[in-house]
Design a protein around this ligand. Structure first.
Ligand code: ZN
Length: 183
């Protein structure tokens, strides 16, 4: 288990966002705590979904609430896809960026809930889109990877700014960790 003091949203440029999340082998209270904290962070950021990678934890966990209630899922996988839809998506790790992403219109997701019970969810529309977005995160994939060449040019400067911000935040974090006693 990685260190989890003060979970906060990681911004584009942070290598954790490109890491493939490890499957959770045994669900413990720590995972339940992280999922609850992730839900709070998601709601505080007015998000509809959040993956553990986005708070610096490279384990396969997501939280989703697209208006149909809160899902806290462990080891989620898409087992069926149908049709297509394109919705403009933002991402809490890519503030200021909005990209139209083509995804399946309907999906079936299999996962475990936070009590380790197996769950199967059939989703369409926005909910289907959110599950695909969050499961992409667990595979190290971001909405910018779905962007067209024109979109990529449009967001180039914004991405450079985000990268700098992310570097700066990580630098400050490592400085703070360098000495226990900060006066
Ligand atoms: Zn995202």
């Amino acid at each position: 288990m990685e260190e989890r003091a003060g979970l906060k949203i990681r911004i584009f440029g942070d290598p954790v966002l490109r890491k493939k999340a490890k499957p959770v082998k045994r669900v413990t209270f720590v995972h339940r705590d992280i999922l609850s904290e992730m839900a709070q962070i998601m709601y505080a950021g007015s998000g509809v979904g959040l993956a553990a990678s986005q708070v610096g934890i490279s384990e396969a966990m997501i939280v989703v609430d697209a208006g149909q209630g809160l899902y806290k899922l462990i080891n989620p996988v898409i087992v069926k896809k149908k049709g297509s839809q394109a919705i403009e998506e933002g991402c809490l790790s890519l503030p200021g960026i909005c990209i139209k992403v083509k995804r399946a219109a309907k999906v079936v997701v299999k996962a475990q809930d936070d009590s380790c019970e197996p769950v199967t969810i059939e989703a369409d529309g926005l909910l289907a889109c959110v599950f695909q977005h969050e499961i992409d995160h667990l595979n190290g994939k971001l909405i910018i990877d779905h962007a067209s060449i024109i979109d990529k040019l449009k967001i180039k400067k914004c991405l450079e700014r985000l990268k700098k911000r992310s570097e700066h935040e990580r630098l400050r974090e490592s400085e703070a960790k360098s000495c226990k006693l900060q006066l």
